[in-house]
Design a protein. Structure first.
Length: 400
C-alpha cells in the first residue's frame, strides 16, 4: 500500500529565549493550532485518522505526557484518534512522519499525522540527557563530547577553515531571505495566535539577512571553552591523527535556537478518496542508522545511501537534497561525500538562518522539500538529519 502526503503545515520559528515571540505559547498549544489548521484547510473528517505521532528532543515537563494525545483532544479531533510521543533527538520530527508512513505501508492504518514540536525557550536543552552524558561509565565508553566539538572536529579533519564555514552560513541567510521574499513558505506557515486571537508571529524570527563574512568574523568560537576544559583531549583520544582542534563554529554558523512545530498529513489512497483529498507526494522510503558517537554528526551520508537503496534508486535520481544545518561543517562534509552541488541542497536556506526547533525540524523539512519540488516541477527529494549520540535519519519523497 502506498503512503501519500496530503498536506503539511508548520509554525514560523520564534527565537528560543524569553523575549522570543513564541515564548508564551506552550508546545501543546503550538501543536494544537497546527492540528486545527490541518483540519480546517482540508475540511478534514478527523474520525478518518488513526494516529497522531508528535515527538520532541526534550520530552520532559510540559513537553511530556504523550503531548500528541493532549493536542488531539485540545484541537477537537475525534476521540478515536490515538496519540504517540517519540524521541530520537533531532531525527524525531522526520522519524514521526516515517512511522506514520510505515503503518500505512503495512496496511495497519489508513491515515495519520506525524511531526514534532519544540519550545526551546520553555524547555531547557539537555534536561533529558540521561546516561549518555550523565553516567560516567557510559560517557567514557562513548567518548562523549558536546556536539559543537564534533562539528569542529569535522572541520579539522576535512580542512574547513573559519572563512569556509562562515561563507556557508552567509549563503544560508541569503537563500532563506530570498525564499521568504518570494513567498516560498507562505502556503505552509500557520501564524501563531495568542489567547485573544491576535497574531504573535507569522515569519521566521531568527533570520539575519544582512549577515556577511566580515560580520561573522567578529564572533568568538563557541566551543573552544569546552575543548580546553577537557573535551579536546577526548577528541584526540578517539582521533589521534589530529594535533589540535580548529575551533571554527559559533552562533552565526550553527543552527539557531528557536521555538516551533511542524506536522505532515499522511494516508493511503483510500483515505484520500474518503476525505476528498488529492495526494501531493508519495513517501518512497525511509531509514535510520547509527554512526560513530563521539563525532556524532556524520550519519547523514550513510543513512541517505540506505534510504536510496531501500527505494530502489541511485543518487542521480534525487533532484533536491535537504540536510538540517546543525553546523556548517556537517552539510559541507555531506556535500563532499555525495558530490552534491550547492544548487541542489538546502536551496531555500536552512537552520543556520531560520533556526532548528530540534524535534520539529524534520517534519518542517518534508514540507519545504515537497513545496519546492512542486515549484520547480521536479520529482524527487531526500530529507536527512544527523542526531545526537551518532544517530541519523532520512526519507525520500516523490511529487505526485
Amino acid at each position: 500500500m502506498e503512503a501519500y502526503v496530503y498536506d503539511h503545515v508548520r509554525t514560523p520559528r520564534g527565537k528560543g529565549r524569553p523575549d522570543g515571540a513564541l515564548h508564551e505559547i506552550t508546545s501543546v498549544e503550538m501543536a494544537t493550532q497546527l492540528l486545527k489548521a490541518l483540519q480546517s484547510r482540508n475540511n478534514l473528517d478527523t474520525a478518518l485518522l488513526d494516529d497522531v505521532i508528535i515527538g520532541m528532543a526534550q520530552p520532559v515537563g510540559e513537553q511530556g505526557g504523550v503531548l500528541a494525545r493532549a493536542a488531539v483532544l485540545q484541537a477537537g479531533y475525534a476521540q478515536t484518534v490515538a496519540g504517540q510521543q517519540i524521541h530520537r533527538f533531532c531525527a524525531t520530527g522526520l522519524d514521526a512522519v516515517s512511522l506514520i508512513a510505515a503503518q500505512v505501508h503495512a496496511g495497519m492504518i489508513q491515515a495519520g499525522i506525524g511531526g514534532g514540536v519544540e519550545s526551546m525557550s520553555r524547555t531547557v536543552m539537555g534536561y533529558d540527557s540521561g546516561a549518555w552524558t550523565s553516567d560516567p561509565s557510559v560517557a567514557y565508553s562513548n567518548h562523549y563530547a558536546p556536539q559543537g566539538i564534533g562539528a569542529d572536529l569535522i572541520a579539522t579533519l576535512d580542512g574547513f577553515t573559519r572563512e569556509d564555514v562562515d561563507r556557508f552560513a552567509v549563503e544560508s541567510q541569503r537563500k532563506a531571505a530570498h525564499a521568504w521574499e518570494n513567498g516560498y513558505f507562505k502556503n505552509a506557515i500557520v501564524p501563531i495566535r495568542d489567547v485573544l486571537g491576535d497574531v504573535l508571529l507569522d515569519h521566521d524570527e531568527h533570520m539575519r539577512p544582512g549577515t556577511t563574512v566580515e560580520s561573522l568574523a567578529k564572533l568568538k568560537p563557541a566551543f573552544e571553552g569546552f575543548g580546553k576544559a577537557g573535551f579536546e583531549a577526548v577528541a584526540k583520544a578517539k582521533y589521534p591523527e589530529i594535533e589540535e582542534l580548529n575551533y571554527v563554529h559559533h552562533g552565526g554558523n550553527s543552527s539557531g535556537i528557536v521555538d516551533g512545530a511542524g506536522l505532515v498529513l499522511v494516508g493511503s489512497k483510500e483515505f484520500g478518496e474518503k476525505a476528498g483529498l488529492k495526494p501531493r507526494g508519495r513517501i518512497r522510503s525511509y531509514a535510520n542508522i547509527g554512526s560513530e558517537p563521539m563525532i556524532m554528526l556524520t550519519a547523514p551520508a550513510a543513512v541517505s545511501r540506505k534510504a536510496i537503496k531501500a527505494g530502489g534508486m541511485t543518487e542521480k535520481d534525487i533532484d533536491l537534497w535537504e540536510l538540517n544545518e546543525a553546523f556548517a561543517s556537517v552539510v559541507m562534509r555531506f556535500q563532499q561525500e555525495l558530490d552534491i552541488p550547492d544548487d541542489k541542497i538546502n536551496v531555500n536556506g536552512g537552520a543556520i538562518a531560520m533556526g532548528h526547533p530540534l524535534g520539529a525540524t524534520g517534519a518542517m523539512l518534508v514540507g519545504t522539500v515537497l513545496d519546492e519540488l512542486e515549484r520547480r516541477d521536479a520529482e524527487t527529494g531526500l530529507i536527512t538529519l544527523c542526531a545526537a549520540n551518532g544517530l541519523g535519519t532520512a526519507a525520500i519523497i516523490e511529487r505526485v
